[in-house]
Design a protein around this ligand. Structure first.
Ligand SMILES: Cc1ncc(C[n+]2csc(CCOP(=O)(O)OP(=O)(O)O)c2C)c(N)n1
Length: 319
C-alpha cells in the first residue's frame, strides 16, 4: 500500500517529522494537487510493471524450469503470482529484472486528505482521477471545514454552521460530493463512519480496495473545531451523526451496478445532534434573525438527501 496525502490534519498530525503514524510508504505533495500526485504514482507503477512484463515476454525462453512462474505473472497479476516471482527474482537469469524487484508486487494506492482538498481546492484533480479507469482509492476525511488552518468554511460545510468566514452561519447547503461522483458509472462511491458502524467501514475499505477502478470513500470525521459540547468523544459523536440522519451510510458498487443505503435515520434526533456542537449551537447568538430558518433548511436538506438515497436503493433493488 502507498499513500499520497494532501496537506491537512492527516499529514500534519499524522506525519510530524521525525515521527509518523504511517507504517506504509507515504508522501505528501501539495494541498491543491494530491489527487494528481497519487495518480502519477499509480501511472509510474503501471509503466514499470509494463516494462517488467515486456522483459519477461522477450525472455521467456531463458526461464527454464521456472517458466510457469513467469508465465503466470504475465497472465494474472495476483498477489500469489507476484509473490512467487518476487521470491525467485534474486537468482533470476533475467538480469534486467533485478533492479525492478520493488515493483513486482501489486500495490494499492490511497489518496488521502480533508474536505478542503477534496470538495474545494483539489476537486478538479479528484474529478480527473474519477474520470479515468485507474485503480486508485480516494479517502476523504470529512470534517466539514478546513481543520488544520483553524476551521474555515468549506464547500462541505452545512447550511447554518458557524465557522471562520461564515460567522453568521453558512448561507448555502453542503456540496454533495458523493452525488457528483455517482455521475461516473465506473466509480465505487461510499459514505462511511467508523463510530457509527465499524464493520461497515471495514467492509467498504476492503471492497473499494479490491475493485479494479477508481473509488471514493467519504468518511465522517469529528474535529476539535466542531466544539462538541461533551468534548472530543469522537466515536460517540460519529454514532449520533449517522443515527440522526445527519451523515447517512451508503455504497455504490460498479461491479454489480447496485446502490445500497446502509443506515437508518431517526430525524427526531436531528436537532439534538446539531445542538450538541457549538458550530450549530452558537448560531442563535451570532444570527438571531435567521438561525431558525438556517437550521430548519439544514434539517430539510438532510431529509431530502435521505429520501434521494432511499430512492436509489429502491431502484437498485428493482433491477
Ligand atoms: C494552495 C494552498 N492553500 C492553502 C494552504 C494552507 N493549508 C494547509 S492545510 C489547509 C487546510 C486543509 O483542510 P482540509 O483539506 O479540510 O484538511 P483537514 O485539515 O480538515 O484534515 C490549508 C488551507 C496550502 N497548504 N496550500
Amino acid at each position: 500500500m502507498v499513500i499520497a496525502n494532501a496537506t491537512g490534519c492527516s499529514s500534519i498530525y499524522g506525519a510530524s517529522s521525525p515521527v509518523t503514524a504511517y507504517s506504509v510508504p507515504w508522501a505528501n505533495s501539495l494541498f491543491e494537487d494530491n489527487a494528481e500526485f497519487g495518480l502519477g504514482m499509480k501511472i509510474a507503477d503501471n509503466t514499470v510493471k509494463e516494462r517488467i512484463r515486456n522483459i519477461i515476454k522477450e525472455n521467456l525462453d531463458l526461464t527454464g524450469t521456472e517458466y510457469d512462474i513467469y508465465f503466470n505473472y504475465l497472465n494474472d497479476l495476483s498477489v500469489e503470482n507476484a509473490q512467487r516471482l518476487y521470491d525467485i527474482i534474486d537468482h533470476s537469469l533475467l538480469e534486467e529484472l533485478k533492479p525492478l524487484k520493488a515493483f513486482i508486487m501489486p500495490r494499492t494506492y490511497f489518496l488521502v486528505g480533508g474536505d478542503g482538498w477534496a470538495y474545494d481546492i483539489g476537486y478538479s484533480g479528484i474529478d480527473h482521477v474519477l474520470s479515468t479507469n485507474e485503480n486508485v482509492n480516494i479517502l476523504v476525511l470529512d470534517t466539514e471545514l478546513y481543520s488544520n488552518t483553524g476551521g474555515q468554511v468549506s464547500k462541505s460545510s452545512h447550511k447554518g454552521s458557524v465557522s471562520k468566514f461564515a460567522y453568521n452561519g453558512k448561507k448555502t447547503l453542503k456540496k454533495d460530493l458523493a452525488k457528483m461522483a455517482l455521475a461516473y458509472p465506473n466509480v465505487y462511491v461510499a459514505s462511511i463512519n467508523l463510530g457509527a458502524n465499524p464493520m461497515h467501514t471495514l467492509k467498504i475499505l476492503k471492497e473499494a480496495e479490491s475493485y479494479n477502478g477508481p473509488s471514493i470513500l467519504i468518511a465522517y470525521a469529528p474535529c476539535i473545531a466542531h466544539k462538541i459540547v461533551e468534548g472530543m468523544k469522537t466515536l460517540d459523536e460519529e454514532k449520533k451523526a449517522t443515527k440522526s440522519g445527519y451523515f447517512p451510510l451508503f455504497h455504490y458498487n460498479p461491479e454489480e451496478q447496485k446502490f445500497y443505503l446502509d443506515s437508518k435515520a431517526d430525524f427526531d434526533e436531528y436537532f439534538d445532534f446539531l445542538l450538541g456542537e457549538d458550530r450549530y449551537r452558537k448560531l442563535k447568538a451570532f444570527n438571531k434573525e435567521h438561525y431558525e430558518e438556517l437550521l430548519q433548511d439544514n434539517k430539510q436538506a438532510a431529509v431530502d438527501r435521505y429520501d434521494y438515497l432511499n430512492e436509489l436503493n429502491y431502484q437498485s433493488k428493482q433491477k
